[in-house]
Ligand binder design. Structure first.
Ligand SMILES: NC(=O)c1ccc[n+]([C@@H]2O[C@H](COP(=O)([O-])OP(=O)(O)OC[C@H]3O[C@@H](n4cnc5c(N)ncnc54)[C@H](OP(=O)(O)O)[C@@H]3O)[C@@H](O)[C@H]2O)c1
Length: 268
């Protein structure tokens, strides 16, 4: 059984860090050295939860799971507790490693991690980046691969791109399924039935891909017979003003927002 360094602090443990805890719990990880810190002290299942940074020995491992906008509020009280034995992992979207290093200058190493919510089901994507060498990356990788795939990225720019695709991705997939359901309703289906079949189509397609990781073009080809109904629908998605340019604009908007958040964190 893998365990966490002692003591480990999860500073901010809401949707994202909570999903990671759920995934580690499912993986059978020993969480006895872990404390979740969140102002509301709302219990996080499986870990001790407190409202303020605990007294006692300095943390060996700290995971930052609050919103990027809270960095100014959290850093002044957290930084003095971090020593040259502390490994800091940041989930903060758009906050660069250099900015984190300024805020936590004494940390042994700083690793950025960009997870997505399916980590709760151990089917997550958690991109990893560090300017502080392979050892720290390997330590974090050992924990993150328990939650799904954990690709290392060579430059921080790629890190933002993976965040835009995979970190935000479940929200985009949710919108796609909702739009498919709304479309089904628009062509005469009862709302509940439309939602059920849109969701089950997502799950069934994902299960097929998981069982047989084929190319997406080939998957579509297997559904669409020449000149048939699916092909007529695909022609709309594949049009010059169809899905690809729409998703390109969607990703560009997410990246642009990341730049604004990063600039604000740098100024902070
Ligand atoms: N959600 C995603 O899919 C996703 C994906 C990739 C990365 N991220 C990153 O993950 C981070 C957290 O996002 P989230 O969606 O989990 O947000 P969230 O659900 O709002 O959770 C934020 C957490 O921060 C805590 N917090 C607020 N103020 C704090 C303070 N002063 N000190 C310590 N903790 C404080 C909150 O405590 P209370 O619960 O007590 O209010 C809560 O536990 C963000 O930086 C985001 O960029 C999220």
């Amino acid at each position: 059984m893998t365990s966490f360094p002692d003591p480990t602090w999860l500073v901010g443990c809401g949707n994202m860090a909570g999903a990671m805890v759920a995934g580690w719990h499912k993986a059978g990880v020993d969480l006895s050295s872990v404390t979740a810190i969140r102002p509301s002290a709302t219990p996080v299942e499986g870990v001790r939860t407190v409202a303020m940074l605990p007294d006692g020995p300095p943390p060996a491992f700290v995971m930052l799971g609050f919103k990027p906008q809270k960095l100014d509020e959290v850093a002044p009280s957290l930084a003095p507790r971090i020593t040259d034995s502390t490994l800091v992992v940041s989930l903060l979207a758009g906050v660069e490693a250099a900015t984190l290093r300024q805020r936590f200058p004494t940390a042994r190493a700083i690793v950025r991690a960009m997870p997505n919510l399916p980590v709760a089901q151990r089917r997550g994507v958690t991109a990893l980046y560090s300017a502080d060498g392979d050892k720290a990356l390997a330590e974090v990788e050992a924990l993150m691969t328990l939650l799904g795939v954990a690709p290392r990225v060579a430059t921080e720019d790629h890190f933002s791109a993976i965040g835009a695709v995979a970190g935000s991705g479940p929200a985009y997939v949710a919108r796609f399924v909702a739009a498919l359901a709304a479309g089904g309703e628009g062509i005469g289906l009862d709302a509940d039935l439309a939602r059920l079949i849109a969701t089950e189509t997502l799950l069934g397609t994902a299960a097929m891909i998981a069982a047989d990781p084929i190319d997406m073009t080939e998957l579509a080809r297997r559904v669409a017979s020449p000149n048939g109904t699916t092909e007529a629908g695909l022609a709309v998605l594949d049009a010059p003003d169809g899905l690809a340019p729409l998703l390109a604009r969607m990703l560009a908007a997410a990246i642009a927002r990341g730049h604004i958040l990063a600039a604000a964190a740098r100024r902070g």
